[in-house]
Design a protein around this ligand. Structure first.
Ligand SMILES: *Cc1c(COP(=O)(O)O)cnc(C)c1O
Length: 848
């Protein structure tokens, strides 16, 4: 594409009849086209002979960026002058996905850009596909952070996101004969058009060294090594507002003067560059393997790097604005700064803020503690014991000696508080305090440090928050009853409906006679009264079919499997984890397959044809998760090529699940599976994305499923499985040998063991479902217990799908009931109930 186009693209690639001019703010397609052309010529990154979709993408992105920079700089200046209280969201992960569609959509200029690109011989839909996903996150937690940024910008909130600029984000997943293979993802291989380096924003971050005690008793962290944190900013535009906030990603660099020219000239090339190589390690990858001591140390360095650079920046900004008309005191820091910790990964922000306030700014302990505890809040994302971070005290003393002194002091004062005020908690002290000094462990419990210090601790769905206050953090609740809150997660309706599903969006806008639902998702309830309307149902069905066909084509392109758009599209996409129970899904599919094979052709012709799609990445060292990936692929190979049944059942593993893949799958899905063991999924957010797009949910009473079912009505939700409060007793019963497996469950496992899906040894995986106790045994996730009720629920799905009118009604009610799950609602609650910040729109010169 791109050369010798009738519409003005010369053989030199770049459109010849269209001048290359910088018209950065025009909304005229012709002027936009010349602006794109301008970037192709004057911000060149490629040799001039080509103007193919890839070159068109970079030039278009740079043209869009011009506009963003304008709004962005104005927002920055506005916040500087208005000096409101600001929120700083600290997260080790952001799962941003692609930015171009979102940017032109939020700026409301998609049509003009589509026209402009046409003039240049390109299609916007094709051009946006050239962008690599920014996958600086792993799953739900990182995607949540990205949805939150979109809502903060849209709600005109003064807010910043802070993260790390990983050179390689999450790995790219390939599916081979052996199952999952990981190769590095490289979003910076060429460059990212969205990031702006701020050469003037650099902070030193120290590691190792020791604590120096001064004659006046004050303490100072000295020596060790210093790595520079350099800011790269990514603009986050709000939807139809000028407000454009920043995601500031830190890059690690050695100081130029650290280069040992003498060593280098002496031929010691390796050692002369050592500090540079150590700096590069810090932001090389998200989640470096932590099986080795070196890996653990590197992860801790990453966490501290984020916290230290961000807090130095926050303090710098506070000081810059402190000398206004009425100079601010340090005690007023919490009325200008709210810091939110996205899980425990940025916990080191706590001792780092204490250190900066005491050792650099000269505050006393009490004053620093008062400021810190009023500024910092913590979101818990999991109750899984293996995910509650604990760092070795000896590693921490080595890497962060001053911080360990501070943590030890916080711990000491907390224990004293219990001794003096709550003798009834005396026997709980060991589980509540921060330092676990048991010589076998000798660790720092990061969640405990967060709970003791933060002014607010929140869970991410009502059930999860209830489990936090009644179990995990119950003892703290008795000390600080008002510290704990719930903030049910949400998703941005821009990316997850308006832009990923334009067909359905247009129908919604038409029937609601307004597009205000995009920023006020509660308006979707007004669809309820049309749920039985045949015209709406027909349009709804047509949109779903268009999306299913698009999805079928995509599946065919990447896997070679043909799937039937008339079959029920049943999808489970999320990280592969035993608690999320993809194993339950595939065992159910195996059982369905076996039954279909046993049927006569007449019986079979009554079956509801189904296409099951499963996707997700397994962490590289998580063996059982990788076995599950392999099993899904093996079962698919057999089922999809079995001519007896493959008109009724297909099973597809969708490789390399990421945000862009999700945007393709979700609009085309009709049933989605959110089937975690009750009590284990804190919230889930893909359940919300699917429900919003009119996809019905089969699920357990876990996380936000509970609230989704409440909102859309229990008749529109396929419920099964044990409830969270039954789970402990079921596990006990199992240990006591009281579990009686359902014959259908035994049949499905036996079928795998018989070799029906190849010769790979699945016994270690299946054995996890056997026995009563033991490591990797005893069915901790209750797959066997929930299997029969799961199969019963699936039978109800098959029946319901046969009545398309009823199904469509349920689908409409699902969208209509999803208003609560907008991240705008979630963020408005954080702003009011945790951060105490207010919207700060820039009204100086209304642009939009
Ligand atoms: C939404 C999302 C998730 C979270 O999915 P859950 O089912 O809630 O675990 C993970 N990955 C991607 C790419 C997502 O978009």
């Amino acid at each position: 594409m791109g050369t010798e186009k009738a519409n003005g693209v010369s053989k030199h690639g770049i459109a010849s009849k269209i001048p290359a001019e910088a018209h950065p703010l025009s909304e005229e397609p012709t002027e936009i086209a010349s602006n794109i052309n301008y970037h192709a010529q004057f911000s060149p990154h490629f040799s001039p002979l080509k103007f193919e979709p890839e070159q068109a993408f970079y030039a278009t992105a740079e043209s869009v960026r011009d506009r963003l920079i304008q709004q962005w700089n104005e927002t920055y200046l506005h916040f500087h002058e208005a000096n409101p209280k600001q929120t700083y969201y600290l997260s080790m992960e952001y799962l941003q996905g692609r930015a171009l569609t979102n940017a032109v959509g939020n700026l409301n200029i998609q049509d003009a850009y589509a026209d402009a690109l046409n003039k240049l011989g390109h299609q916007l839909e094709e051009v946006v596909e050239q962008e690599k996903d920014a996958a600086l996150g792993n799953g739900g937690l990182g995607r949540l952070a990205s949805c939150f940024l979109d809502s903060m910008a849209t709600l005109n909130l003064p807010a910043w996101g802070y993260g790390l600029r990983y050179r390689h984000g999450l790995f790219k997943q390939l599916i081979t004969k052996e199952g999952q293979a990981e190769v590095p993802e490289d979003w910076l291989e060429k460059f990212s058009p969205w990031e702006i380096v701020r050469h003037d924003v650099v902070f030193p971050v120290r590691f190792f060294g020791q604590v120096q005690v001064n004659p006046d008793g004050s303490r100072k962290w000295v020596d060790g090594e210093i790595i520079q944190a350099l800011a790269y900013d990514v603009p986050i535009p709000g939807y139809k507002t000028k407000n454009t906030i920043s995601l500031r990603l830190w890059e690690a660099k050695a100081c130029a003067t650290d280069f040992d020219l003498f060593q280098f000239n002496d031929g010691q090339y390796e050692s002369s560059l050592q500090i540079h190589s150590r700096a590069q390690q810090i932001c090389a990858v998200l989640y470096p393997g932590d099986a080795t001591e070196g890996g653990k140390l590197l992860r801790l360095k990453q966490q501290f790097f984020l916290c230290s650079a961000s807090l130095q920046d926050i303090i710098f900004r506070f000081k810059e604005r402190k000398e206004g008309k009425t100079p601010l005191q340090w005690s007023e820091f919490p009325s200008k700064v709210a810091v939110q910790l996205n899980d425990t990964h940025p916990t080191l922000a706590i001792p780092e803020l204490m250190r900066l306030l005491m050792d650099d700014e000269g505050l006393g302990w009490d004053e620093a503690w008062d400021v810190t505890t009023r500024a910092i809040a913590y979101t818990n994302h999991t109750v899984l014991p293996e995910a509650l971070e604990k760092w070795s005290q000896s590693v921490m003393w080595k890497l962060l000696p001053r911080h360990m002194e501070i943590i030890t002091e916080i711990d000491k004062r907390f224990v004293e508080l219990i001794h003096s005020t709550r003798p009834d908690l005396e026997d709980k002290v060991n589980s509540m305090c921060i330092l676990d000094n048991n010589p076998q462990k000798s660790v720092v419990c990061m969640a405990n440090l967060c709970v003791v210090t933060s002014h607010t601790v929140n869970g991410v769905a009502q059930l999860h928050s209830d489990i936090l206050t009644s179990e995990l953090f119950a003892d703290y609740v008795s000390i600080w009853p008002t510290k704990f809150q719930n903030k049910t997660n949400g998703i941005t309706p821009r990316r997850w409906l308006r832009f990923c599903n334009p067909e359905l969006s247009n129908i919604i806008t038409k029937w609601l006679k307004t597009d205000e639902w995009v920023t006020n998702l509660d308006l979707l309830v007004n669809l309820r009264k049309f749920a039985d309307n045949e015209d709406l149902q027909a349009e709804w069905a047509a949109a779903k079919m268009a999306n299913k066909k698009r999805l079928a084509q995509y599946i065919h392109e990447i896997t070679g499997v043909s799937i039937d758009p008339n079959s029920l599209f049943d999808i489970q996409v999320k990280r592969i984890h035993e608690y999320k129970r993809q194993l339950l899904n595939i065992l159910g599919a195996i059982y369905m397959y076996k039954k279909l094979k046993e049927m006569s052709p007449e019986e079979r012709s009554n079956a509801t044809p189904r296409t099951i799609m499963i996707g997700g990445k397994a962490f590289a060292t998580y063996t059982n998760a990788k076995r599950i990936v392999k099993l899904v692929n093996d079962v698919g190979s057999v089922v999809n090529t079995d001519p007896e049944v493959n008109n009724y059942l297909k099973i597809v593993f969708v490789p390399n699940y990421n945000v862009s893949v999700a945007e393709m799958l979700i609009p085309g899905s009709e049933l989605s599976q959110h089937i975690s063991t009750a009590g284990m999924e804190a919230s889930g957010t893909s359940n919300m994305k699917f429900a919003l797009n009119g996809c019905l949910v089969i699920g357990t009473l876990d996380g936000a499923n509970v609230e989704i079912r409440e909102e859309i009505g229990e008749d529109n939700f396929f419920l099964f499985g044990a409830t969270a409060d039954e789970v402990p007793k079921l596990r006990k019963d199992r240990e006591n040998g009281l579990f009686k497996p359902d014959p259908r469950f035994e049949e499905a496992k036996e079928f795998i063991r018989s070799g029906a899906f190849g010769s790979y040894d699945y016994n270690p995986l299946l054995d996890s479902l056997e026995g009563n106790t033991g490591y990797g045994r005893g069915d901790y996730f209750l797959v066997g217990h929930d299997f029969p009720s799961y199969m019963d629920a699936q039978a109800k799905v098959d029946e319901a799908y046969k009545d398309q009118k009823k199904w469509l009604k349920m689908s409409i009610l699902s969208t209509a009931g999803s208003g609560k799950f907008s991240s705008d609602r979630t963020i408005a609650q954080y702003a009011k109930e945790i951060w105490n910040i207010e919207e700060c729109p820039d009204c100086r010169d209304e642009m939009i």
